[in-house]
Design a protein around this ligand. Sequence first.
Ligand code: HPA
Ligand code: ZN
Length: 347
Amino acid sequence: MRPTIEDTRTRLCALPKIDLHRHLEGSLRLQTLAEIAQEHEIDLPARAIKDLRPLVTVGGEEPDFHRFLEKFRVLRRFYPTREAVERITYEAVADAADDNVRYLELRFNPVALARAQGFPLEEVTRWVCRAVERAQRDHDIRANLIVQIGRDETVETAGELARVALAHRDAGVVGLDLAGDEERFPASPFKNVFRRARGEGLHVTVHAGEVGSPANVEEAIEDLQAERIGHGVRCLADPHVVELIRERNVTLEVCPTSNVQTGAVQDFWRHPLPDLLALGLRVSINTDDPSISDTTLTDEYWVAMSAMRITLEQIKRAIVTAAEASFQPREDRGRMAAWFRRELQSG
Ligand code: HPA
Ligand code: ZN
């Protein structure tokens, strides 16, 4: 008998998974947002969940990159206290564990968490690290952190964020990310900040080639020494950039639902994931922003299988690729990849 949709989804949910590209600020429970808004009397047009939903999730809106990024601006108002920051962080990790994500690299933007209240960047970073530590103790998951820098920040702020990230290496920070509007803000001003951070042992991933040109992917790899690229789906427009990705062993962090909602791709059926795999590129599958996009990693695997003709074997391969591309010491990476290979054989 052919498996039903429910059988396949149950099987995908049960797989031990890896998410390398998930934003803390895009992983907030609506219920928690409503409670924070209520408790702290946050000034919003409405505080009920049904009215909050359109402010902080994409829902059925027309695909648009700027509208998608705008949600993060609204969300900046929900971090009024240390308790709130620790709660949303703890819950983001717990929710990943509930979806059987066994290894998570959670990225967060300390400026977004800190700026409204004027918290020191060091301090919010410590709160996030502490909450991740606590969530790991309570759930079956390993999590590391990536400090995200906005493309619209100054080079000085980027330098400060890199210093904060380096100072929290013992507390679980493993890398730097560059995110935001790649059409308006080039990566090159951040070259020295990222190179220095790499030199001091942090890993680097950069959002590029999502809605912007393949040249942005080249800039991320050549100038910022990115080891992974957030999205990168536009790379196919330039064979030279595809070759560069292959040659440097760069892993793409593909996030299907986000790609449709931002307009990076036209629809799921035309998503380039099958082509990227056919070209032999290293590809991981991720959520980006589970709460903004109303998705889970299980959902992302499911949409890859149902709309893009990706096979279960290819999903498993993408999980092992994610293990191999994780920002961990080489031995841990190898051990983890071997563990996933073994577990997935029977899954
Ligand atoms: N692209 C660029 N910046 C972002 C994104 C994204 O998908 N998500 C959060 N910041
Ligand atoms: Zn992202």
